[in-house]
Design a protein around this ligand. Structure first.
Ligand SMILES: *Cc1c(COP(=O)(O)O)cnc(C)c1O
Length: 443
């Protein structure tokens, strides 16, 4: 008989009732019973986030040189934080729920350079690699103006090295753009879900795109294998990279500053809720890690996954982490939310989230498109389907019995009028117009 980590599917279902709903592709809301337990602090050290931040600051002059559109932000790749009161009212009305507190949208959809959350982790890891090489073989010092890295001398140096990555689309886009700009040779291994326009864009930049008629795990596996044969090739491992994770984590301190600028208080009487779309987990996991450093128990983070790809929810619920894929539970990992079409979570992130994540929920594709249209019509933000997964978070938290129970257990029910909710919009500004029109017509 087929078993999953030693138990039959039926035994797993008996052990965790929620698995039945996940297997039936129901929308579920899950609260993490291990939330707030002791963190395994051997995996990542807090001060690593700070050195990642310092590294990005060192690169600011290079970023301005290479991407002049970032000059107004002095080469710091950051996104706006905006209020979305019309969307808030619209959701209250359509879903017949009260959403007290302030509702904000974190527009990573509009991050410069690659228009998605991957402009954080992905770009960071490539920059770190470039710095390592430039210091070892090009005489770069930390105190130099990193603008010099845009010179032909350094480009020539980088062209003797290569970068490889496996991706469902956006990570490849972000790694491809920054690597090609620095002068690296770069290969992107794309899963079958990846959208054609993303592949075309990369091909036009001279990036080698390899396509697989299979899901994300396969693209990563092939990429890892191919890269291992070339000692000058650095493989960016979305399933297990601490550097990617740290790049994402730097978002938190910047968000803290943005909240301060808006006079938004986060403390024991003013809870902060953050809803993050989750694929393999690096992006939302890194950001959650950073937010916990910044706000401790006053921030409550929830992950959102498609009903067809609930890999992190299953990994955490069963404690199997990366040891099982959704396919082994009979779930097909087929979703229009291409950024979230991942069947097996990151081992690193899944372990770290065991004590940090408040919970997670799943969302149907149909609802992603509905929220996509609502966000465009009420607030004028045009996002890709994956980026809407977070938008259902406040609705779930306030209307689902399990959500209410969480608020009660955390003694937050009477503080919701002073609460702040952030929907993390993870991508969309680079979606071609005709594709966006197609998205808008799907609900
Ligand atoms: C990659 C991606 C995510 C999720 O990030 P992971 O690190 O894969 O969990 C969410 N939304 C969009 C648009 C993405 O591209």
């Amino acid at each position: 008989m087929q078993t999953i980590a030693g138990l039959s599917l039926l035994e797993w279902q008996q052990k965790h009732r929620l698995l039945n709903n996940l297997i039936q592709l129901d929308e579920v809301f899950w609260i993490n019973p291990d939330y707030g337990t002791e963190l395994d602090d051997t995996i990542v050290q807090y001060n690593q986030v700070n050195s990642a931040k310092n590294r990005l600051d060192r690169f600011a002059n290079y970023i301005v040189e290479a991407f002049p559109e970032t000059r107004p932000m002095q080469g710091i790749i950051e996104s706006p934080l905006v209020e979305i009161p019309s969307m808030q009212k619209n959701m209250e009305k359509s879903y017949d729920v009260q959403l007290p507190g302030k509702l904000l949208l974190k527009c990573d959809s509009h991050l410069p350079i690659s228009g998605s959350i991957k402009a954080r982790g992905g770009i960071y890891e490539v920059l770190k690699r470039a710095e390592d090489i430039a210091m070892k073989h090009g005489g770069l010092k930390q105190t130099d103006d990193y603008g010099i890295l845009a010179s032909d001398t350094y480009k020539k140096l980088f062209s003797t090295y290569s970068i490889a990555v496996g991706s469902t689309g956006n990570l490849g886009l972000s790694i491809g753009i920054i690597s090609a700009k620095l002068g690296f040779r770069v290969t992107v291994h794309m899963s079958g879900d990846a959208k054609q326009w993303k592949k075309d864009k990369l091909t036009n930049l001279g990036v080698v795109v390899k396509e697989y008629n299979d899901d994300y795990s396969r693209a990563v596996e092939e990429g890892r294998l191919e890269a291992s044969l070339d000692p000058n090739c650095h493989f960016i491992d979305d399933e297990d990279s601490i550097d990617l994770f740290l790049g994402y984590a730097t978002a938190a301190e910047r968000l803290q500053n943005q909240l301060r600028e808006r006079s938004v208080v986060v403390d024991k009487d003013h809870p902060l809720f953050v809803y993050l779309p989750c694929g393999v987990g690096g992006g939302p996991g890194g950001i959650t890690y950073g937010l916990k450093l910044a706000f401790g128990e006053h921030v409550h983070c929830f992950f959102a996954e498609p009903t067809h790809s609930p890999c992190m929810t299953i990994g955490l619920l069963t404690g199997l982490h990366d040891e099982a894929s959704v396919q082994e539970f009979g779930i097909d990992n087929k979703t229009e939310a291409d950024g979230l079409a991942v069947g097996r979570p990151s081992r690193l992130v899944s372990r770290l989230m065991t004590s940090m994540l408040s919970g997670s929920y799943t969302i149907e594709d149909k609802r992603l498109f509905e929220l996509l249209r609502k966000m465009a019509e009420t607030e004028g933000y045009y996002l890709e389907p994956s980026a809407l997964a977070g938008a259902n978070g406040p609705v779930q938290l306030m209307s689902h019995p399990t959500g209410r129970k969480y608020l009660e257990d955390q003694k937050l029910l009477d503080k919701m009028n002073q609460s702040t909710h952030i929907i993390w919009a993870t991508g969309g500004s680079m979606v071609p117009k005709d594709m966006m029109e197609q998205y808008l017509s799907q609900s």
